[in-house]
Structure formats: structure tokens, C-alpha cells
Design a protein around this ligand. Sequence first.
Ligand code: TXA
Ligand code: MG
Length: 306
Amino acid sequence: MREFSTSPADLAQAAAMLRGGGLIAFPTETVYGLGANACDDQAVKNIYAAKGRPSFNPLIAHFANAAAVARYVQVTAQAQRMMDIFWPGALTLVLPLKPDAQIAPSVTAGLSTLAVRVPNHPVAQELLALADTPIAAPSANPSGRISPTTAAHVRNGLAGNIDGLVNGGSCAVGLESTILTLDPSPTILRPGGVTRSELEAVLGCDVSFAGQTDHIQAPGQLASHYAPSVAVRLNATPLSGESFLGFGPGPCDINLSASADLAEAAENLFAALHALDRLGKPIAVAPVPDTGIGRAINDRLRRAAA
Ligand code: TXA
Ligand code: MG
């Protein structure tokens, strides 16, 4: 695996490898993504192989800007408004594919919709602009394991399986994007970096959360996901032999946020789970309020514990 810095020369090489069918991990503001050219079916199939990802779990296509997105999906007035307000940023929209869109079938796993996102990270933006093609990118971790928020997390999980890694430091949001469908009514398929109340304020209507369904709309919804190799206990006080992931003031092994700030807790969550996983002891986790981005934190914690 080749390691790239964020210098213009390195990003140009990484973009050329992406265009040519390579697998390149890169930073976004949410988590590191594992990118491949979304118009190259073999390259996209290689993502599934590198992650050990089930082939029925579709990928998000990443674009440099909203204008590029409109060539591939149908953009209603409501969708356009969401793009205008929330992009670039941690919102993924699920929209109908245009019939002639040249997106590799493996990206959508056979669905008639495509999940699209314009990330708000200078390195991702530059790489996407240079690659000049949609980039399919799941989180850059082995399927089912903890998502990566640093280059070291990617290296530890995938180094032998991918072609390159752009090291852009740690991710500021720390949790994956919120996935929203607008059809038939606005519904959050996966809670994430943008909160329900932020979406409702712009849409001017209620937004619901998708329940657990038996057919998979967003396999990020699978009960077990984001899982460390050790047991995880939620809303807990620590027992002897456990490490303790805290929230708010008080003794603990790692604190998500000593000042009980939910945005800080989101940023720290996956790095804390990676670090405690390495200690090898079961993890007890303090209660985290289920408001705002706390909803997405608790979603990831529940799946880590499942
Ligand atoms: O923040 C993020 O979204 C990160 C960064 C890299 O952009 N990406 C990410 O990708 O989290 P991944 O593959 O770990 O999660 C993508 C989720 C999956 O749960 C998948 O099922 C869902 O998006 N998804 C993709 N296409 C979909 C579609 N057409 N309809 C419904 N869900 C879809
Ligand atoms: Mg993922």
C-alpha cells in the first residue's frame, strides 16, 4: 500500500490511481472512505472484496459538487434545497438513478436509487475534483468493524488489501453522514452528522427514523456493526476487569467528552473504541443523552454492543 501526503503532487497521483481502477483510502469530515471509480465495475467489486463487505450492501457515490451529481440522479426541488443548505457536508441523499447513468451496477447493489454525497473536507474535495469521476466510498474499515477516523485506523484494518492511503489527519465530525430519503416522505435511514432537527428546520415538516426492517434499506442499520472484538456494555458503571468509556466529569479510562459536549463525543467515539479494543478488556460505556447528534452516537454504540 502506497502512502500519500496531501501535497498537490501526491493528490494528483492518488487521483490518477483512482481513475485507473485503484482502491485509495482518503479522509472526509465524517470518517475515512475507501474510494474507487464508481463507473468501473471491477474497481467497485474490489472494494467489496477488500472490506469483506456483503454484496447486497450498496455504496455512497461521492462528488466534488452538486452540479456533477445532477448528471446521475433525478433532483427534485426538495432535494435541490437540501443540497443547497447541507452540501458540502455530512448529509447523504438517496435519489432515483437516471436511466442512462453510467454508474457501475455494483455501486447500487441492483437498487434503482443512488446514495450521493458531497463531502466537506479540503482533501476529499481536491481529490474528487482531480479524479473527475464519481467515487464510490464506504467507510475504510473491514466490514462490521469500527469505522476509521485516522490514517492509522485505516492502516491497521486494511493495509494489505488496498492500493493507497491519503493521510489527512483525523476526521472532525467523527461519525458517518446522515442518510436521508425523501420518497415517499423524508425519512432518516441512518442517523449521522446532521441531526433530525436540522433537517426538519429546512424541510418544514416532520422527518421520521426508519425502523428496523427485514429487507435492508441501509445495512448500516444491521444490528451488529461498528463492533470491537471485545464485549461492550451500555448505560453502565464499570465492573472490575472492564475498561470504562466515560461521558461527562468523573474517572474513566477514556472520556468521550469531560464537559459532556455531544459534538466532541462524536468526534472522539471511534478513536476511543479503537483504543479500548486494543486493551483487550470488555468495555463499559457511560450513558450518553439521546438528543441531537447523541442519537447517532447511541445508534453506533448499540450496534457496537450487539
Ligand atoms: O460519512 C459517510 O457516509 C462515509 C464517508 C466515507 O462518506 N461513508 C459511509 O459509507 O459511511 P458506508 O458504506 O459505510 O455506509 C453507506 C450506507 C450503508 O448503510 C448502505 O446500506 C447505505 O449507505 N446505502 C447506500 N446506497 C443506498 C441506497 N441506494 N439506498 C439506501 N441505502 C443506501
Ligand atoms: Mg461503514
